[in-house]
Ligand binder design. Structure first.
Ligand SMILES: NC(=O)C1=CN([C@@H]2O[C@H](COP(=O)(O)OP(=O)(O)OC[C@H]3O[C@@H](n4cnc5c(N)ncnc54)[C@H](OP(=O)(O)O)[C@@H]3O)[C@@H](O)[C@H]2O)C=CC1
Ligand SMILES: O=C(CO)[C@H](O)[C@H](O)COP(=O)(O)O
Ligand SMILES: [Zn+2]
Length: 341
């Protein structure tokens, strides 16, 4: 089946290309309808990754957060028109120790493997999960980002020691907000503190036990464990503040993406015997757990609605640029492309 792919060929430049979808390959074919822009997409769109990386990755269709309608399913699992969330991580092997999103052999949409900015997307049947039509599609569109938080919290639960009186999340943006919502739902008896830079954003964390500006953290604030949801150059300050305010033997989950190595106070990491682990992306199990949590905690959908930002109808390449430029200038929230309109 002839398919249209919209690839980023250079920073800020999308071009139409065509490929063929083999309807006898046993894959499900999805028609994307709601796509959500991630920081990672912006790093390619703005060309802020190193030149050699851009050379290696582009041309490439962007976007790895999205949902769509089933167009064709040779397996008979779904009906035509069913709404499914698309899973960007695409493993080619299984490992009993290493999770699918950490296998170096896995491909990841919009990171060297065409993302969802296509007329249709062909996926293996286990690369989609069903989502109830009762969940607003502009919210379900960024379930991948939510699944990253759920994945990190699940790993925290298996790695961190059992004392969980107080946890700190650094980062008052989308990832910090989503991680905070799900952490509070999964660990309601733990004191949850949010540390960020913008008072207006911090005021949105009404469900947290307290919020602090990173420029004014009380000296006597101590946490048992922490999540870093900042990334970029700012993650150095965030991680080192965590090291200062975490109790010995605490666990630090690092989620922020920084292009260059980040200097951290390793002497104190040793003195406090800290556990530091990285979390990146997510796997099918995390998507299934996320959709399950949507159902178990319907109030979460209400909170997630707070970070739905601009919704941009996309009918042309010009609209694609408009969506990305709008996202760059947003104050906060997720920019959603209403796709295949
Ligand atoms: N591990 C993974 O799989 C994933 C990682 N990410 C990464 O996570 C990071 C955050 O993503 P996202 O939430 O979407 O980005 P946002 O920009 O929405 O959030 C980052 C927030 O951190 C704030 N901030 C800046 N400096 C500090 C500081 N020193 N301490 C605390 N907060 C600070 C920023 O404020 P301000 O804007 O005012 O600077 C901003 O509000 C990015 O690097 C992104 O690439 C995203 C998705 C998945
Ligand atoms: O956003 C993410 C997952 O949701 C990851 O940070 C992103 O996939 C990293 O990819 P790249 O190495 O291409 O920046
Ligand atoms: Zn992402």
């Amino acid at each position: 089946m002839l398919n249209t792919v919209y690839r980023l060929v250079a920073p800020r430049r999308f071009e139409v290309e065509f490929n063929d979808i083999d309807l006898h390959a046993g894959q499900i074919v999805v028609r994307p309808t709601h796509l959500s822009i991630c920081h990672a997409d912006q790093r390619y769109y703005q060309g802020v990754r190193p030149a050699e990386v851009l050379k290696e990755k582009l041309p490439m269709a962007l976007i790895h957060e999205g949902l769509g309608e089933v167009l064709y399913d040779p397996t008979g699992t779904y009906q035509c028109g069913d709404t499914v969330i698309m899973i960007p991580n695409t493993p080619c092997e299984k490992d009993e120790v290493i999770a699918e999103n950490y296998l170096r052999s896995s491909k990841f949409r919009a990171s060297g493997f065409d993302g969802f900015m296509q007329e249709h997307v062909a996926l293996d049947i286990d690369r989609v999960v069903p989502v109830d039509d009762s969940i607003d599609k502009v919210i379900a569109a960024f379930t991948e980002l939510v699944s990253v938080s759920v994945h990190a919290i699940r790993r925290f639960d298996s790695i961190a020691h059992k004392r969980r009186k107080a946890v700190g999340i650094w980062g008052d943006g989308n990832l910090g907000y989503i991680t905070a919502i799900f952490f509070k739902a999964m660990f309601p008896n733990t004191k949850l503190y949010i540390l960020g830079v913008d008072q207006e954003k911090l005021s949105g964390f009404s469900f947290a036990d307290d919020t602090f500006s990173v420029s004014d953290i009380p000296d006597d604030l101590y946490i048992d464990h922490a999540f870093e949801c900042v990334g970029g150059a700012a993650s150095q300050q965030a991680i080192n503040q965590i090291i200062d305010h975490i109790q010995p033997e605490g666990t630090i989950s690092i989620l922020g993406v920084s292009e260059y190595p980040v200097p951290i106070n390793t002497r104190m990491v040793l003195e406090k015997g800290l556990r530091i682990f990285g979390s990146s992306r997510s796997g099918r199990e995390d998507f299934l757990k996320t959709v399950e949590l949507y159902k178990e905690h319907p109030e979460i959908i209400g909170y997630l609605r707070n970070i739905v930002g601009a919704q941009v109808e996309v009918r042309s390449i010009e609209d694609m640029n408009k969506a990305f430029e709008t996202d760059i200038h947003k104050s906060m929230g997720k920019t959603i492309m209403l796709w295949n309109k």
